[in-house]
Design a protein around this ligand. Structure first.
Ligand SMILES: Nc1ncnc2c1ncn2[C@@H]1O[C@H](COP(=O)(O)OP(=O)(O)O)[C@@H](O)[C@H]1O
Ligand SMILES: Nc1nc2c(ncn2[C@@H]2O[C@H](COP(=O)(O)O)[C@@H](O)[C@H]2O)c(=O)[nH]1
Length: 434
């Protein structure tokens, strides 16, 4: 496990150079390592630049992620090929992207549950998927299927808006029998997406997601839900609110999904509402940056040294230096919030916004898993006197998440090809320097 973000020396926790006093407690020489698990519809992103007329001709709604019947998806793909409009084909899927980015940032293992074609031709989508996924993502648990994985045709309009046309193949065929209970129950987090619930009734994906969430709950493993797209949420707002109450520790969404879920347009107030159902919230807001919200026990709150910010909740960032906790672990729970504007004001030129929100979540998961790793290796540390969800404060995690989103915005693929630059040795110092 590599430490989250780039820190000054004093921030590193030297768990590799073990304290000899711990050896009696933990006789093994190697640090205990962890992992995170996720379930996804295994699919590739096939990216193409098109005009709005193209979307209209193929009956696509702009900005939406739509499932297409196979014949329509093939006709669309054929036209893209014939007109040479395809720019790239990368492994995609919102959870696949998040696990990949987590593994790249943390240099640590993640486990993906999903399907994979049992016969793979060189150059096929399945082949592309395997070629562009980090070797730290454990693909040994994938369920072999006699068919193709999904294709997410990512159509970029001249104004930069993305519309997804999904040719689902067998991506929703993951059966509960192909989940591994021990892996899920020993993970630092289980990551799910709302997209898993839009399978057809005869397909087992939803049942697999519910089974995994139940195992995670039994073992106290945090369940993380990304909201996918506002269209999925709008259709079943009440159902999602109940699902979050019953299963979810951390909700990750953008401001549109926040509005669809809560009916509240202000991201801060939407976060406040979601905190009534879940322990923690990440709400990205495009050019407005991102919000993080959580709970802390009054005894463990820490006051910020930054200026207090105005907003729909006055001075909402007062306790942003606190490390978030589950509400149930707080004797006197208090809601805490932070906001951060885009790193360096945003890139001079955005190559592609695809996956910027997933990237922020990967950074947050890294900090969360690092906390578990530290607790397992240095159990007596003062850091673990109370049961916190993350290693760093809400404020510090927001900087890291924002920094990682920036890295995705300046590249073409939603997946990082490398971790953050090594020379950036302090986020605090580098933060406002261009
Ligand atoms: N136009 C932009 N200018 C500057 N930063 C941006 C822009 N769009 C996204 N970002 C950064 O990327 C993060 C995630 O972007 P967002 O578009 O909200 O996610 P999603 O891809 O889930 O919709 C934001 O919190 C912000 O830091
Ligand atoms: N598992 C699924 N992933 C999907 C689906 N439609 C799109 N996507 C993936 O989302 C990311 C982009 O994420 P965003 O946060 O920037 O919107 C992209 O890589 C797609 O592969 C879906 O139906 N299921």
């Amino acid at each position: 496990m590599k430490f989250p973000g780039q820190r000054k020396h004093k921030h590193f926790f030297p768990v590799e150079a073990r304290d000899p006093r711990l050896s009696e407690l933990l006789p093994q020489n190697k640090p205990v390592s962890g992992h995170i698990c996720g379930i996804d519809q295994v699919l590739v992103d096939i990216e193409a630049q098109v005009d709005d007329n193209f979307l209209a001709r193929h009956g696509l709604s702009k900005g939406h992620s739509m499932l297409l019947p196979e014949d329509k998806a093939e006709a669309l793909y054929r036209e893209l090929l014939e007109r040479e409009l395809i720019v790239s084909e990368f492994a995609g899927g919102t959870i696949g992207n998040t696990l990949h980015n987590y593994s790249v940032l943390a240099d640590d293992r993640s486990v993906l549950f999903g399907v994979m074609s049992e016969n793979i031709r060189v150059g096929s989508s399945a082949y592309r998927y395997l070629c562009t996924t980090s070797s730290r993502v454990d693909l040994n648990y994938l369920q072999p299927v006699a068919g193709s994985i999904g294709q997410c045709i990512t159509l970029i309009s001249p104004d930069g808006e993305r519309s997804f046309a999904i040719n689902k193949g067998m991506m929703d065929h993951l059966a509960p029998a192909h989940l591994d209970q021990a892996q899920i129950q020993s993970a630092s987090a289980l990551v799910l997406t709302a997209y898993l619930m839009r399978c057809e009734e005869h397909e087992p994906m939803q049942q697999s997601a519910l089974q995994a969430a139940e195992w995670a709950r039994q073992a106290g493993v945090p369940v993380v839900l990304t909201m996918g797209t506002r269209f999925i949420v709008e259709d079943r707002k009440d159902w999602w609110q109940q699902f979050i109450r019953d299963h979810v520790t951390l909700v990750a969404m953008n401001e549109e999904e926040a509005l669809a879920l809560t009916g509240i347009a202000d991201p801060l107030l939407a976060c406040e509402r979601v905190l009534e159902w879940a322990d923690m919230v990440l709400c990205t807001a495009g050019p407005a940056g991102l919000y993080l919200a959580g709970h802390v026990d009054d005894e463990h709150k820490r006051e910020t040294s930054r200026p207090l910010l105005p907003g729909a909740i006055a001075e909402f960032n007062r306790y942003e230096y606190s490390r978030p906790m589950r509400k149930a672990d707080c004797a006197a729970p208090r809601k805490i919030y932070t906001h951060i504007s885009p790193y360096m004001g945003g890139p001079e030129r955005i190559k592609n916004t695809n996956g910027a929100g997933d990237a922020a979540l990967a950074a947050l998961l890294h900090d969360l898993a690092a906390n578990d790793y530290h607790r397992a290796n240095v159990p007596g540390s003062a850091k673990h006197r109370a049961r916190h969800l993350t290693y760093s404060s809400l404020s510090q995690v927001s900087k890291y998440a924002n920094r990682v989103s920036f890295e995705v915005l300046v590249q073409h693929s939603p997946r990082l090809s490398r971790g953050l630059p090594e020379r950036e040795d302090s986020l605090e110092e580098a933060y406002w320097d261009r």
